[in-house]
Design a protein around this ligand. Structure first.
Ligand code: ADP
Length: 263
């Protein structure tokens, strides 16, 4: 039987992600472009993952889009919600996963997943930047580092400089004044990671955790936040091997299901 190629796009607020799948399982191309919906990011991620897969666009049987910008991506054959894409993605790769926490650039979602990979229940914070990647981006800018470097600074910390403000804007002023006092930077970064973790943990607790707990999204790449979350929740978290690509992967799996079922 001929191979079936499907492509999933996750058009986030901060980054555009694309995954090319072979026969619904194997990732043969992927791309993460740090420019989100409404920019050139979606098109660049689309072209880059196809190029990495080494196939021609005409060989792709289905393109499914998800994420914040999913409705404005013209090449898409189908669109699905981010929650469905994430639940399906994590279930396909980790069938044992029962709860999933996804923290992206502008929201945090926690969901429980049924045995068939369907979404059972969820809670979302898309109203407040605290507890999302945006909080980390704001703080990285103040510290004059790349958001990806926060985890390295956290790893060097020997203390935690706690951030008392829960609002991003006030927390930013607090960090600026701590810096002016010459505070220990790794300790401050650990406090910043702990602040995001505390917000996300309260969302998880409100929904209720069914173990095992998995984590996806760009913020899952920040080991400082993951460690602080484990401490806050008192349980082990498994970070998905494809972290930030899970939504795009789930969209490509969904497209494969449609093609394989002849729909
Ligand atoms: P969205 O889908 O909303 O665009 P993502 O799931 O792509 O969001 O996550 C974006 C967030 O991921 C950023 O706000 C940042 O906090 C975090 N991030 C991105 N790259 C890295 C990295 N290399 N290391 C740690 N965190 C990262």
């Amino acid at each position: 039987m001929a191979d079936i190629y499907t492509l999933g796009m996750d058009l986030g607020s901060t980054t555009s992600k694309g995954v090319v799948l072979k026969n619904g399982k194997k990732v043969i191309g992927s791309a993460i472009i740090e420019a989100g919906a409404g920019t050139t990011g979606p098109q660049r991620a689309f072209e880059a993952c196809i190029a990495e897969a080494g196939i021609d666009r005409s060989q792709i049987a289905n393109i499914t889009a998800t994420g914040y910008g999913r409705n404005s991506f013209d090449p898409a054959d189908l669109v699905i919600s981010e929650l469905s894409a994430h639940a399906l993605g994590v279930h396909t790769m980790y069938p044992e996963a029962r709860t999933l926490l996804d923290i992206g650039g502008q929201d945090a979602k926690v969901m429980t997943i049924g045995k068939n990979g369907r979404l059972d229940n969820f809670l979302m914070n898309d109203k407040c930047a605290a507890g999302t990647g945006r909080f980390l981006e704001v703080m990285a800018k103040v510290l004059e580092v790349n958001v990806g470097e926060l985890k390295d600074l956290d790893a060097k910390a020997e203390e935690t400089v706690s951030i008392s403000s829960t609002c991003t804007v006030f927390a930013e002023s607090e960090v600026i004044s701590q810096l002016a006092k010459g505070v220990n930077i790794p300790g401050l970064v650990r406090g910043i990671c702990a602040s995001v973790a505390a917000k996300a943990a309260s969302l998880v607790k409100r929904l209720g955790v069914e173990e095992p707990l998995y984590m996806t999204g760009g913020v899952a790449r920040n080991t400082g936040v993951v460690r602080a979350l484990e401490k806050e929740l008192g349980i082990k978290i498994t970070v998905s091997e494809i972290q930030q690509l899970n939504g795009a992967f789930g969209a490509a799996v969904y497209g494969y299901g449609r093609v394989a079922n002849g729909r």
